[in-house]
Design a protein around this ligand. Structure first.
Ligand code: C5P
Length: 223
């Protein structure tokens, strides 16, 4: 039987990454940041000079790019594209916007499906994204959908960027999040919606620790 999966979906800035990573570490499970895969494709495509309309070439890039998320060793925590550390490059707002444009295409999503499913390995997986519970791991025994007001999500993004020494404008971030929310929610293929069997958690007034404990508590009773 397949290894268990906990899915954590939601819009940008809702705290999925922080929560999913911490839960995976506490359970000793694998972790999938599926947004990073879309961002890696966006970066590869950008470098290859492709635009969102060149779907056939984009599918080839999606199949060929070599991606690694080392969990141990000197490069632990890095995101590697064809061996190069692109952890910072993929976090730019530019890359996120382009990723969300590419993510509207069914053929592109399909090309990335199997690559995401390969992360499901014993003893288990915590997967973070937009469609983990609805499409990629629809059979997951435990699903969460994290939300927060768009203002709070913009504040969190802002703080995250400042901590990394990247300057950003709060009002711009707010507009960009709104644009990405709209694109992710309105697309016809795998739109951003909670799975029917997902637990919805509004994190606007919750600390990351409180959300992590909530997920862990549910996971201990269920998987
Ligand atoms: O989560 P993150 O901001 O890194 O994701 C970047 C973009 O990739 C999202 O705005 C979304 O359009 C796309 N994405 C997706 N499905 C996923 C993860 C990310 O469509 N499972």
């Amino acid at each position: 039987t397949a290894a268990p999966v906990v899915t954590i979906d939601g819009p940008g800035g809702a705290g999925k990454g922080t929560v999913a990573q911490a839960v995976a570490a506490r359970l000793g499970w694998h972790f999938l940041d599926s947004g990073a895969i879309y961002r890696l494709l966006a970066l590869s495509a950008q470098r290859a000079g492709l635009d969102a309309g060149q779907v056939e070439s984009l599918v080839s890039v999606a199949q060929a790019m070599k991606i690694e998320f080392p969990a141990t060793g000197a490069q632990a925590g890095q995101v590697l594209l064809d061996g190069e550390d692109v952890s910072e490059a993929i976090r730019s707002e530019d890359c996120g916007q382009f990723a969300s444009e590419l993510a509207t295409q069914g053929l592109i999503r399909h090309a990335l499906l199997e690559r995401q499913r390969q992360f499901r390995q014993p003893p288990g997986l915590v997967a973070d994204g937009r469609d983990m519970g609805t499409v990629v791991f629809a059979d997951a025994p435990l699903k969460f959908f994290l939300t927060a007001s768009v203002e709070e999500r913009a504040r969190r993004r802002h703080k995250q960027l400042m901590q990394k020494g990247i300057s950003a404008n709060l009002a711009d971030l707010l507009e960009e999040l709104k644009a990405r929310d709209a694109r992710d929610s309105k697309r016809t293929v795998a739109p951003l919606v909670p799975a029917e069997d997902a637990t919805i958690v509004d994190t606007t007034d919750l600390s990351a620790d409180a959300v992590i404990e909530k997920v862990l508590k549910a996971a201990t009773g269920c998987v």
